[in-house]
Design a protein around this ligand. Sequence first.
Ligand code: PMP
Length: 461
Amino acid sequence: MGHMMDIDTQRMQHLIEREQQRFEARHPRSAALYERGKHVYLYGTPLHWMQLWAGSYPVYMSEAKGARLRDVDGNEFVDLCLGDTGSMFGHSHPAIADAIARQAQRGVTAMLPSEDGVWVGEELRRRFGLPYWQLATSASDANRFALRLARMITNRNKVLVFNGNYHGSVDETQVELDASGHMRSRTNVHANGMDHDRLVRLVEFNDVDALERELSHGDVACVITEPMMTNIGMVPVAPGYHDALRRLTRKYGALLLIDETHTISTGPGGCTRAWGLEPDIFVLGKAIAGGIPSAVYGVSEEVAQRVWQAKPPVWAGGEKRNNHSGFGGTLAGNQLTIAGLRATLEHVMTDENYAHMIDMATRIARSVEADIARFALPWHVTQIGARAEYMFMPQPPVNGTQAKTGRNGPLEAFIHLYLLNRGVLITPFHNMMLACPQLTPEDVDQHNLAFSECLTELAGA
Ligand code: PMP
């Protein structure tokens, strides 16, 4: 059997139309709310990407609990999107919801530290191994602040990023390789005044020679990367690549920033602990406070010493007045966030919960793999702990350029819509399924059955 999607374009078009009608019949209240939203929001929704879901318009949520979400039309969903990781530990997990509700009655923002905040710092040090931490409001912010620190202590301006990366709305990262391998600003993202040629080096993931070539100029302050790429489909890391990355960054004096915002799906200490990585700077956001806006970034002892030289703390003679730093934010360390962080770290990011999440994700991955084999599709599945994703190519890609060839917008949209119409949500920008602690085998089977039926219909079997 060849490429099913080539064979069945016409069939798929017909099925898409049928599924759109089904969607619209099931979501009249969402339709009405979207019409109202278009009058007040620039792109119809509070965030422009909310309109990117499969379906003629977004589903408007009414409530969510654990692995389940209900919309304003009374439809119920098994949620495998989980806010694209923000709710990886389940919607309104009781331990987190209770802690936040309690704190909401006891003061939210005071610009003062608290005892729970000390507990959180101690736990971050214990769990991830980096000794010194700061808070931010989002992973984008944490990455921005971390890059500023890196530049501050290295006196270098360039940042090295990988083609196909995503680290949030960080200007330095908004680049891509064109067909002839040259860096350009990312399509549809304004450069925002950033002179990428002067400030960024861009290479393909898993390419040691290209990495060394770019680092050897000696002008890179920091390499920013995920442990494996998860935002352009999944690009697994090649054997030995992390060793080379660490060796070469040290050799050429660049810091290594590992962003585990997605890969924290691997286990309670992320890939950093599971794989024994040695980042200079570690970033984690999204799910870390149960979906309350929050991110954390930690630095090594050596980075801390260098930061303190560049900008001494008050106890070492640092300036107390007019002490702008360019990192922080008034609300970053608020007590709601601290309560969410503590509850998540203490009660939810446990070995036991991870074991269950990984079990459920494996159950999804195996079933999708079996369907791929049954229809002899040139697709594959990659799983990283609680996160599984399929791509429309036979083997995992080795870099961002290859990964792009495994995307198929219309096919992706069709599968997502088909699942949505059968009560299953998966993330719009990926074929990604994420398992939270409350997900049950029955929930998983609901997905697996719908996915199987989707392929059966596509194949015309
Ligand atoms: N880092 C990574 C690896 C991400 O995947 C994302 C978001 N997808 C971010 C950072 C940015 O997170 P946020 O949008 O919450 O700032």
